[in-house]
Write a protein that binds this ligand. Structure first.
Ligand code: HGA
Length: 607
């Protein structure tokens, strides 16, 4: 979602601001803008669409100055036009915003009644006017911001520049992330450490309700009660190289191919290969006492949670409720005292999931999180942090984060089962052995890349595609359909194979490819029967199975994709690869923007 960067620099900042925006392009955006402070004026340049348009605008009309703010916008309120692009400005103040000001309507009406004129349809512009009013009334920038922040409801990260203060920026966060970067004689604001990677590694993460005044001479941070506070300055370890494509054509492709490495990396924190045991981080609550788990997540992370539900119930015999975060909070869920609430998110900032986490925390649940960013809000608010070690995920369509989440969740399920006395030491060893095999199996799955590329033309012309799976592979059918929708814009749905006959079978004809995920195992025969029902009605099947499965049931399929034969436990990790590759190659065949698909954003920080 929106990217924010601000620089108080020694030299000209416009180009460096645009560089920072480039590093946040992966979050998804639809317009961009820059504002510098120069000789008592706010110099603002904005453009619709990709950054190249802003670069062109800056070439034609430079924005000189050593202090500035910049933004990539993913529109929530108002079309992605130049006039709605940030920074929003009045005569005195310019600002960029990530989030939603939920009470913007009454604020806007009151401002209009007081004679203020608006030039955009955004919720954001009210903040510029409110601060401006205070400044025009003679307040200092700090006093102005202090007076306005309590009036804002919703979520925001803000970076604010002031016409009459060429050496000052003010930042604020509530609900949306914002970091402060400490450089050599320079200071920065950014949405995350990645945005600031080539500028500095020294980062302070603002906490909820914090706001910060940065000048050339230093940084002063205040909490929501306006009390001056210290926040640790940490070394981020994120390097600019993490945002390079290397030899790959797309970040998504790179990230699909990274999976054997990053899954191995992740597993190495959760298993002891020599002892063949599972090893979880220290926890200061009693896991044995957990009798119910509530899983909450969104999108691909939700599907990882669905797979985990099978594992928690099968191995540990602990009942699991699972819900999408945007629904969970508003249905007033019944939470059993002493329950574990488990949240899964790549960024650890997903607004819906974070709100659900806080709801569960307020209800006294123990909070566990599986996140890829260990400095994220969710990580900081959890009782048990279970990091994935996927490295920065840049492609908007999540791939490596998903398989790493599965690796962590499998280890957690095994650990819980052990603690609950439902798993013997021998069974634990067996599970660990299978997990250790996962990276090699992922490699074997990736070896089918060319074959999948060659069959993409069979799916690319389709208007609708169905994915079928059973048991823990049912969520993979959902994930396959989601990946295809996200990047190729083909309508796709995933179904539990047994559900087919209860409705979706009416859709079957020669124009609707049906992708069947059917690893050999206890559910194979049942899935194949459902596949036969499709074939009997002229449906075109792409069967994804292992050599045994294909030999038994592959005949009559339009195409087959062979996977290595793996234990059912790791099948969801391995079968993620062909559905990712299929979506990727279909999107490439269709010529869509794989890494920044239309309308989508990474790290969804608005509700
Ligand atoms: N609500 C603001 C900012 C949107 C945002 O944060 N997206 O990530 C707008 O629509 O401009």
């Amino acid at each position: 979602m929106c990217g924010i960067i601000g620089i108080i620099g020694k030299d000209q900042v416009a180009d460096r601001l645009v560089d920072g925006l480039r590093r946040m392009e992966y979050r998804g955006y639809d317009s961009a803008g820059v504002c510098t402070v120069k000789d008592g004026a706010l110099v603002r340049r904005r453009a619709e669409g990709k950054l190249a348009n802003l670069v062109k605008e800056l070439a034609a009309h430079p924005a000189p100055g050593t202090v500035g703010i910049a933004h990539t916008r993913w529109a929530t309120h108002g079309a992605p036009t130049t006039s709605n692009a940030h920074p929003h400005a009045t005569g005195e103040v310019a600002l960029v915003h990530n989030g939603i000001i939920e009470n913007f309507r009454p604020l806007r009406e009151a401002l209009i009644a007081r004679g203020r004129r608006f030039e955009s349809e955004t919720d954001t512009e009210v903040v510029a006017h409110l601060i401006s009013e205070q400044v025009e009334a003679g307040k200092s920038p700090q006093e102005a911001v202090e007076a306005v922040l309590p009036q804002l409801r919703g979520a925001f990260a803000l970076a604010i520049a002031f016409r009459q203060h060429p050496d000052l920026l003010i930042g604020a966060r509530l609900g949306s992330p914002l970091v402060v970067g400490y450089g050599e004689g320079e200071t920065y604001l950014g949405s995350d450490a990645l945005a600031l990677a080539p500028l500095t590694q020294r980062i302070a993460y603002l906490e909820e309700g914090d706001w910060v005044v940065i000048t050339r001479d230093g940084v002063r941070i205040f909490d929501r009660e306006n009390k001056e506070v210290e926040r640790d300055v940490t070394t981020s370890g994120v390097t600019a190289a993490a945002v390079e494509k290397g030899p790959y054509r797309h970040f998504m492709q790179k990230e699909i191919f990274e999976q054997p490495t990053v899954v191995a990396q992740t597993l190495s924190s959760y298993i002891r290969p020599l002892e063949q045991t599972v090893a979880l981080p220290q926890m200061d609550f009693d896991l044995d006492g957990i009798d119910r788990i509530t899983i909450v997540a969104c999108g691909t992370s939700f599907y990882a949670g669905m797979v985990a539900k099978y594992w928690f119930e099968t191995f540990a015999r602990v009942p699991v409720d699972i819900d999408v975060a945007s629904e969970f909070r508003y249905r007033d869920p019944v939470l059993q005292p002493g329950g574990l609430a488990l949240f899964i998110s790549q960024s650890g900032e997903t607004a819906d999931t974070l709100a659900a986490l806080r709801h569960c925390k307020a209800q006294g649940q123990t909070i566990a999180v599986v996140v890829n960013v260990p400095t994220s809000s969710m990580a900081r608010e959890a009782d048990l942090l279970l990091p994935t070690h996927a490295g920065p995920e840049i492609g908007v369509a999540s791939t490596k984060a998903f398989t790493c989440q599965l690796a962590v969740l499998a280890a957690l399920a095994a650990h819980l089962a052990l603690r609950k006395g439902k798993l013997s030491a021998a069974e634990e060893r067996e599970i660990v052995r299978h997990l250790i095999e996962a990276p090699a199996a992922l490699n074997a799955a990736l070896a089918h890349d060319e074959e999948i590329a060659a069959m993409a033309h069979l799916v690319a012309p389709a208007r609708d595609v169905l994915y079928l799976g059973r048991g823990p592979d049912y969520p993979l059918a959902l994930e396959g359909a989601l990946k295809l929708k996200e990047i190729s814009y083909i309508h796709a749905e995933g179904y539990a194979s047994g559900e087919m006959k209860h409705g979706p079978i009416a859709l079957i004809d020669e124009a609707v490819p049906v992708i069947v995920l059917a690893p050999s195992g206890p559910l194979f025969e049942k899935t194949v029967s459902n596949m036969q029902e499709v074939m009997a009605r002229g449906g075109k099947i792409v069967l994804i199975s292992d050599a045994e499965g294909l030999a038994e049931a592959g005949e009559g399929s339009m195409a087959t994709i062979e996977m290595p034969r793996v234990h059912p436990l790791i099948a969801p990790l391995v079968y993620a690869v062909p559905v990712q590759l299929l979506a990727y190659h279909v999107a490439v065949a269709k010529g869509t923007d794989v890494d920044q698909p239309r309308n989508l954003a990474k790290s969804v920080t608005v509700e």
